[in-house]
Design a protein around this ligand. Sequence first.
Ligand code: CUA
Length: 393
Amino acid sequence: MSVVRKPEQNQTINYPLVIAAIVVWTIISFIVGLYGAEWFMPEAATVEADAVDNLFRFMLGFGTFIFLLVETLIFYFAIRYGFMRDRNDESDGPPVHGNNTVEIVWTIIPAIIVFALTIYSFQVLIDTTEAKDGEREIKVTGQQFFWSFEYPDEQYQLKINHILVVPEDQAIKLAMNSEDVIHAFWVPAFRVKQDVMPGRTSNLRFTANKHTGLPDPSLINIYDPTLTVDQIDELDFGYEIVCAELCGALHGRMRGKAFVVTDEEYEEFLEGLREIEREKERQRQEALENLDALKELGRTLFATYGCNACHQLTDANSLNMGQGPSLNGLEERAATYPGYESAEDYIHTSIINPNAHVVEGYAPGIMPQNFASRIPPEDLDILVTYLAAPKDN
Ligand code: CUA
């Protein structure tokens, strides 16, 4: 028959040891909380980053304390009542039926912590998302699998892929849309992240405050529309832009760089984009008369409208083996499709209505169906003519 041990036979609590442990945990938690943002967070480059990092410190400090408390108790009990137990003692434990003090304490303390965290994080959320005075809007479009940015301008549509440029100390509002599935725009160094959804505009606000400048043209020509994400990635400055929502096969390649510049550099950058538009107008004229000019503009448009995100086309510097069929040798294949007057006809249909003919081995519905509204007719004509034109490789 087993003996039931009486509660008073239990070991008494060693108060000095408990207090010492709590003091040590508190000091460690305080240090981890204080330096945690430096250890675990990337470089901070916005005004908003401070608020987010402070919230992170606060949570990490509390988290560390609770972690130490729980882990220490687990190890203590595992050793004391596991390895070091009295192996001849077969008596039952004391019959304990509830302890109101303990229950009140372990309910109230976490409730206070969670309540404080809720209020604090809500305040940070309000501060970092509210509209600021004099903010400048930049349009962001997410699509499988790249980001594009449109800068406000009276005369032209100033668009550029992969590269976000913002003036320093200027409140920015990103107005974001998706052309296909849900993406999430994230710049870790800016400490802001927001879902980007089709059919709905979501906003993201920040004020960048760490100047990077624009890449030197000898390193990379940011105005070159055939610039790939990998080439941009190789730059060792600028802040990473990533997609934070699993959006398809090449989600991991949906990256870019953000640059923070002075007002003069920003104006210079916009002027560079305007120059591209002027050049495009000239090329469009020329392309109508000359095959080399047509090809050059075609390569540009192939990248501008993101065809290179999914289709291989060696002539346009796209070596992608991805989502869509290769377009190498398309001019010959296109000519073999029955029911079309010309290769151009077939290609035109395939761009604006991708499900009309799906190349064997590929699934319907992968290519966006809205290119008719995304590519202006004058660009579409040139793109089609380029794709149908004979190429060397
Ligand atoms: Cu877009 Cu992941």
